[in-house]
Design a binder for this molecule. Structure first.
Ligand code: CP
Ligand code: NVA
Length: 315
């Protein structure tokens, strides 16, 4: 078998990656996490620079990129839209060309998926999607790592995403689970179903990986789930829809009674964070014994380090 070579690749969505490539990144992430836990010091990013572009706020994604690169001798440069032009006085294409001449890689968090696509097309360096309205790929690699740490395997496991089924995290989970043979259910009011085009693509992927993909309003779907996953009801940039979301999603709160509906004591709770405790999840669940939200947050750093090492060909 050919060794997996991801040199020079961008990560805009997992749709662009094969199951084998994702598996390689999960294994590499496990390796860098183990190194970290053993207290090993590596300097694999020495002399490397990465531009971190943010149109939206971030705690985990920014800190994961900064610490992953910084602790191994690299230099991350944080640039918010208050600092640079990016589409304001200068086109995204031109910003991409300039940053590509100076940096080894670029991370982008913002609104449009097309922005991260343009950065990748024009910069000539690897570009990573740190969240757009459409996808949040680096997040869900950490989610799958957390699932695997808990159960020792991922194939045939069942994740139920309960909440806003059309958001970036739900869509990204749908893609990665369909690729990896993980059963994935979106439990959401019909008004918030993921877009039919993506469902169609993922259904084809799921058929070939053996994953079952279900979209339903019915909370009974959580029965037997290995993991219940939720995310905020109002994503960044959608604040105007707050009232409607709260009304639609109130019955879909992940509370202990819903956790118990799985019929399993070992079901884990996942949340990408930040969480609005008391809305999409109760404090007793997210701060309780079944929650793995904090491992999941830590895994953001290890998975992002693995993605950078592989795509910058430093390992
Ligand atoms: N999960 C996540 O992306 O968190 P931040 O918004 O804090 O980066
Ligand atoms: N769906 C959320 C994820 C935050 C990490 C948002 O886009 O705000």
């Amino acid at each position: 078998m050919e060794p997996t070579n991801l040199k020079g690749r961008s990560l805009l969505t997992w749709l662009d990656y094969s199951e084998m490539e994702i598996r390689y990144l999960l294994d590499l992430s496990k390796q860098v996490k183990a190194e970290n836990q053993r207290g090993e010091i590596h300097q694999r990013f020495t002399g490397k620079t990465i531009a971190l572009l943010f149109e939206k706020r971030s705690t985990r994604t920014r800190c994961a990129f900064e610490t992953a690169v910084g602790e191994e001798g690299g230099h991350p440069v944080f640039l918010s839209t208050a600092d640079i032009q990016l589409g304001a006085k200068e086109s995204v294409e031109d910003t991409a060309r300039v940053l590509g001449r100076m940096f080894d890689a670029i991370q982008f968090r913002g609104f449009k998926q097309s922005t991260v696509e343009i950065l990748a097309a024009y910069s000539g360096v690897p570009v990573y999607n740190g969240l757009t309205d459409r996808f949040h790929p680096t997040q869900v690699l950490a989610d799958i790592q957390t699932l695997e740490e808990n159960f020792g395997s991922i194939q045939g496991r069942k994740i139920c995403f309960v909440g806003d089924g059309r958001n970036n995290v739900a869509r990204s989970l749908m893609v990665i689970c369909s690729k990896l043979g993980i059963h994935f259910s979106v439990v959401t009011p019909a008004r918030l179903n993921p877009d039919p085009d993506l469902i169609k693509v993922c259904t084809i992927l799921a058929e070939s990986s053996g994953a079952q993909l279900r979209i339903t309003e019915d909370l009974q779907e959580v029965k037997g789930a290995d993991a219940l996953y939720t995310d905020v009801w109002v994503s960044m940039g959608e604040e105007a829809q707050k009232e409607e979301r709260l009304r639609l999603l109130r019955p879909y709160q992940v509370n202990q009674s819903l956790m118990d509906k799985t019929g399993r004591k070992d079901t884990i709770f996942l949340h990408c964070l930040p969480a609005v405790k008391g809305e999409e999840v109760t404090p007793e669940v997210i701060d309780g014994p079944q929650s793995r939200a904090w491992d999941e947050a830590e895994n953001r750093k290890h998975t992002i380090k693995a993605i950078l090492l592989a795509t910058l060909s430093l390992i």
